[in-house]
Design a protein around this ligand. Structure first.
Ligand code: AHR
Length: 341
């Protein structure tokens, strides 16, 4: 009986070509076995995607854009990894994807630093890395392209609008007390916006930042930050709140409501944020928000174009910047129906 089993197994192995093979044959067999599993070596392009987490509504729109673009029907096998707001987890994900020998890696880093070794390992493994949204602090020869917003320009747009608005209101010579709610420390979106805003503030000797701090781009932290600031009572005057994303200003609004503070075009505090979510248009139309600077989360189609070009053996650009606008309570009604996120 035992002999018969061995014989049958040998015949089967022979038919499958598993006997007497060297490494090359073993690799081929391995490929055949993987080919049987859906999404592996079945003509689909395997794309590993490392996301930051779920910190904001902007991020949800950004994630959905990738999930809707890199589908099996459109020729992709997407391995989506949620960084869960942890840089360590993101770096580990990069090594996992390298081990899985994916065709491309899309990296949306939480912070700019800490990427040298992992990015270099992907390059050594011959896997093109496309960085999107935020940047990484490595030599640009280490990755293929970066696709995202000019965050510093976004910051400048916010302060340019504030300058014009104060002038229109006849307040250009008043002392203006600004609270700055910042995004995640070390994230390009926060670094760029903060730089743009601070340069604008420096150009106005009568503008002063009375308080600034990090609320990590989340609504909950935006609310807590503002609650704490109001309950401490150390900052007496607030003329303007600039929040480095919409969700943090939604949180701040809750704190202001709970403390009986008025804000928005009909109230006392000038409210400015970033992202241009649909909810911000509703808030602008409801008289709660003055302006929101657009940050486009719909990056997947540009990432896909880069992959298509590489597949066709063509050169790609190093930087792809998205086009963005600023919207205000005065024109929100004209644009709300066109908003995609
Ligand atoms: O990096 C883009 C920023 O990250 C968006 O402004 C913010 O909402 C998101 O979480």
């Amino acid at each position: 009986m035992k002999k018969r089993i061995v014989a049958v197994t040998c015949v089967l192995m022979f038919c499958l070509g598993l006997i007497g093979c060297g490494t090359e044959r073993a690799d081929k067999t391995q490929q055949l076995i993987r080919g049987a599993a859906p999404g592996y070596n079945d003509g689909l392009i395997r794309v590993g995607m490392i996301q930051t987490g779920k910190e904001s509504d902007w991020r949800d729109a950004n994630t959905n854009d990738y999930l809707n673009t890199f589908t099996k029907e459109r020729g992709y096998d997407l391995i989506y990894i949620d960084g869960n707001s942890s840089s360590e987890r993101q770096v580990k994900a990069m090594y996992d994807l390298i081990q899985q020998k994916v065709d491309y890696i899309i990296l949306q880093p939480i912070v700019e630093t800490g990427w040298e070794d992992a990015i270099h390992a992907a390059k050594e493994a011959g896997i093109p890395v496309i960085v999107a949204d935020r940047k990484i602090a490595v030599d640009e020869t280490e990755y293929v392209s970066w696709i995202g917003s000019d965050f510093e320009e976004e910051g400048r747009k916010a302060v340019t609008w504030l300058d014009q608005y104060l002038t229109e209101q006849g307040r250009e010579n008043e002392t203006i007390h600004i609270v700055l709610l910042e995004g995640t420390e070390g994230a390009t979106a926060a670094i760029g916006r903060t730089n743009g805003i601070l340069h604008g503030v420096e150009e106005h000797p009568n503008w002063t930042i009375v308080d600034r701090g990090c609320a990590n781009f989340t609504q909950g932290e935006g609310q807590t930050y503002m609650e704490n600031l109001l309950s401490e009572g150390t900052v007496k005057d607030i003329d303007v709140i600039i929040s480095e994303n919409d969700n943090m200003i939604f949180g701040a609004m809750k704190a202001l409501d709970r403390n009986g503070k008025s804000y928005g075009p009909e109230g006392d505090i000038i409210m400015i944020s970033f992202d241009a979510l649909h909810e911000s248009f509703e808030n602008m139309m409801a008289g709660k928000l003055h302006a929101t600077v657009e940050c486009n989360p719909l990056l997947a189609s540009t990432v896909e174009t880069v992959i298509e070009e590489l597949e066709a053996g063509r050169e790609v650009d190093k930087i792809y910047n998205t086009e963005e606008n600023i919207y205000t309570y005065e024109n929100a009604a004209d644009y709300i129906d066109q908003r995609k996120y």
